[in-house]
Each structure stands twice: as structure tokens, then as C-alpha cells.
Design a binder for this molecule. Structure first.
Ligand SMILES: Cc1ncc(COP(=O)(O)O)c(C=O)c1O
Length: 380
């Protein structure tokens, strides 16, 4: 165990304590922030917001990108865009950050949790196939027979930046006619068969929280190829205000979810050297992989697998023995090296313990055996 911590220290010699994922600012961040202040464009209208949208659409190859205050807000809107309503069910994985289920809850729908697969840490296609016997296609959608609720969307998540089996999941959604909303909050820079995560479904979302690969401080984006949905996303995120030279007219209940120019400025600066950051993160992941192969071959360092390119947002290690995980986390705290467990699966939390769900075998196994390792870029 000590050798692992020594190895981590060797990667971050100037850091104490060593964080899990700390942001680095070495480009035009200060210049762009000053520009916002000098022009007084600090709020939700400004050139950096527009530029952030153009840059993200270009990078991900999505037709449209709509900037939001954070990833949770993006997800909340994305679900509404595909028609999720009160009392619907939304299929998602229990193994995710709480925001995934919370956004479903905000719409008045309920999550239906499915298992993940140990290999990709993402939604298990088998769990969807098992669920088929409980589904029925009707004129107004697909219904879940035991609860008599409509299955309104499927929300897979690319855990720690590792692409899930998105092609198969997208195909399943198409066959059933259930909209796919990708939670790509963690996976800017991650691709499956050359196609960016977050662009496989009707709508995808990303987060630019301070802990992500690059950050806006707080920020998010909605990605879609559908012009009407993009227009509606912008409308809903800007209080549903109708354009008018001076009147304030709103045609439905909207949200104050637009990304401020200040945050967009930070992100635009970071986007300029995203490729450098991703390259360094890939190098770090290969160094971790080599280290574990040599010194601890019985631990599984999680790698991207076939057809996938991961951003390696957070590197993950799986121990054979769950007690070892606890010891490892405690020792990390003593040494000031931030290693951390995965999120407690949502079906184990008070708010969601009664949500309908399938088998959670792999979700619970992974939760009991996985830790995340420090993964910040080493470039400044
Ligand atoms: C999987 C997942 N979904 C949603 C979010 C929500 O993003 P935000 O924190 O920007 O609201 C995050 C991250 O924070 C996340 O990791």
C-alpha cells in the first residue's frame, strides 16, 4: 500500500495535500476574466457565452450547444426537452453522482435504477434487456407494467469519463422508441468509435464544475442535433422570455439557468488548451497502468477498452478485497492524499431507496471495491 502512495507522491511532488482533481489555470483565464469586468459583461449575456457554445459544438461535433449554469440544470432541461413529465419513469444507473437522479426528481418523474457492468462502469445493456419483459409499447409511449408508468427516457452516464456501451444502449432506445439523454457530465474529451460522448442520443449534457477535466467554475452545456430542441433549451434556460426590444413577456414557466459570461470566459480559456490537458491525463493513466501491472497485478486499474477513448477524468482502481479499500481510504486521509470511494449507489440512499429497480449486483460490488486516485493534470 505504501508503494502506491509513494507512486502518487512522485506524480505530484509540489502538492501537499494532494487533491483528487484540482483545476489548473495556465492560459488566458485572467485576461478573459478582466475583459468581462472591463466591459461590465459579467452576467448571462456576453460574447464568451456565445463563444463557449460555438467552441463546444465544434469540439464535440454536435450541431447545437446551449450553455447552462451547471450540469444539473442542463440535465433538468434535457429531460424536459424529450418530454419527461410528472409520474413518468426514467431509466438510469444507480451508480452515478446524485445529480442524475435529482434532475429526474425535479421533473416530477421517478428514477428506475438499472445495474452497471464492471468492465465499463456504465449502464449494463443486459439490465435493459431483462427489463423488456415488463415493458409494453402503447400509442403514447412505452409503459412499465408493474408500476403502470410511462418509461419516458433512458439516462446512461459515462462514469469517471470512461465511455459506456453507448452504441448498444442507443440502439436499444431506438428499438423501443424511448428517448436517450446522455449524462456526459464527466466525459468531455471521451469518444466511442470516434463519436463524442453526449452526442449519441437526442440530447446530451456536460458539467464544467471545478472538479471536472476543465472548468467554468460552475457551468454546463446541453448538446443536441435538433434545431427545435436547441431553441427550446435556450428559451427554457432564459426564463422563457420572448424577444422584444423593451417589454418583459414570458410565455411559460422558465428557469434562470443560463451560464454567466464570467464563467464562460474561464471555460473558453481552458478550452484553448484542452488537448494538452487530455494528453497529460492519458500519460498519467498509462503511468498508473504500468505501475499497477508491475507492482500490484492483482488490482485492476480501469482502462478504456475497445472502440473507446477515455478522458481519464478520474482514474479508478478496483481491489479484490473490500476491506483493503477501507484501509486504503483511511491511509490516504492520514497521508493527505485524496483517494476517494465511488458515490454510494442511489438505491441505497434514503430519498431513492424505494424507487423501482432491477438487480444491483455489479453496482454494489463495484461500490465496495473501487477507489478513485488523484487525477489532476500535472501541467501548469
Ligand atoms: C454524473 C454527473 N451528473 C451530473 C453532474 C452535475 O453537474 P454540476 O455539478 O455541474 O451540476 C455531475 C457533476 O458534478 C456528474 O458527475
Amino acid at each position: 500500500m505504501e508503494k502506491i502512495f509513494q507512486f502518487i507522491r512522485s506524480q505530484y511532488p509540489d502538492e501537499n495535500p494532494i487533491g483528487l482533481h484540482v483545476p489548473r489555470f495556465s492560459g488566458n483565464e485572467k485576461k478573459y476574466l478582466e475583459e468581462c469586468i472591463d466591459t461590465t459583461m459579467v452576467s448571462s449575456v456576453g460574447p464568451f457565452v456565445n463563444r463557449m457554445e460555438i467552441d463546444l459544438a465544434k469540439y464535440t461535433n454536435a450541431k447545437y450547444a446551449v450553455a447552462t449554469v451547471n450540469g444539473t440544470a442542463a440535465l433538468h432541461i434535457a429531460l424536459q426537452l424529450v418530454g419527461v413529465k410528472k409520474d413518468d419513469l426514467v431509466i438510469t444507473q444507480s451508480f452515478s453522482f446524485i445529480a442524475t437522479a435529482n434532475a429526474i426528481h425535479y421533473t416530477g418523474a421517478r428514477p428506475y435504477f438499472v445495474d452497471i457492468e464492471e468492465e465499463s462502469l456504465g449502464m449494463n445493456i443486459l439490465s435493459l434487456q431483462i427489463l423488456e419483459s415488463e415493458l409494453e409499447k402503447r400509442s403514447d409511449g412505452v409503459y412499465h407494467l408493474p408500476t403502470q408508468r410511462r418509461m419516458a427516457a433512458v439516462v446512461p452516464m459515462h462514469s469517471f469519463g470512461m465511455p459506456c456501451e453507448i452504441e448498444r444502449i442507443a440502439k436499444w432506445c431506438e428499438e423501443w422508441g424511448i428517448p436517450l439523454v446522455e449524462d456526459a457530465a464527466e466525459s468531455l474529451g471521451s469518444f466511442y468509435k470516434g463519436r463524442h460522448t453526449g452526442t449519441w442520443g437526442k440530447v446530451g449534457v456536460m458539467s464544467f464544475n471545478g472538479n471536472k477535466t476543465i472548468t467554468a467554475g460552475g457551468g454546463g452545456v446541453i448538446l443536441t442535433d435538433d434545431e427545435e430542441l436547441a431553441k427550446r433549451a435556450k428559451h427554457l434556460t432564459t426564463q422563457a422570455k420572448l424577444p422584444h426590444p423593451y417589454e418583459f413577456i414570458h410565455d411559460e414557466v422558465g428557469y434562470n439557468y443560463r451560464c454567466p459570461n464570467l464563467n464562460a470566459a474561464l471555460l473558453c480559456a481552458q478550452l484553448e488548451y484542452l488537448d494538452d490537458i487530455l494528453e497529460d491525463k492519458r500519460n498519467l493513466a498509462s503511468e498508473y497502468a504500468r505501475f499497477f501491472e508491475e507492482f500490484a497485478p492483482n488490482f485492476r486499474f480501469v482502462t478504456e477498452g475497445n472502440f473507446k477513448l477515455s478522458n481519464y477524468w478520474l482514474n479508478s482502481l478496483i481491489f479484490e478485497n473490500s476491506e483493503y479499500k477501507e484501509e486504503f481510504l483511511k491511509r490516504g486521509v492520514e497521508l493527505g492524499i485524496m483517494v476517494r470511494p465511488a458515490w454510494r449507489p442511489m438505491h441505497m440512499l434514503d430519498m431513492y431507496k424505494d424507487a423501482p429497480r432491477g438487480d444491483m449486483f455489479q453496482t454494489e460490488w463495484v461500490y465496495n471495491h473501487l477507489v478513485n486516485l488523484p487525477s489532476s493534470t500535472r501541467r501548469r
